[in-house]
Design a protein around this ligand. Sequence first.
Ligand code: SF4
Length: 93
Amino acid sequence: MTISSVDESAFRLEEIMAKLRTTVNKDRCISSGDCVDTAPTVFAFGDDGKSEVINQEGAPRETILAAARACPVKAITVVDEETGEQLYPPRTK
Ligand code: SF4
């Protein structure tokens, strides 16, 4: 492996792990468990039986987004911390 390919790999990893701010709206959560099943290193059930984020950086970006998409009541919001863009759910115009 050359130095430049190492640099490239590090860059890709950074892309994949780009910082997201993920939140669960507990008022909406119906405890279906889809997010916990999809990304158990990011979501877990709290004492109230509702999902909560246990590790903002616990999984690659696509896994976190997949978990958000899996939520049947759109209780999960994912924002790109760097750009402030809401990645999920998409904002309606
Ligand atoms: S997928 Fe949605 S409704 Fe189901 S546990 Fe997660 S946040 Fe709650």
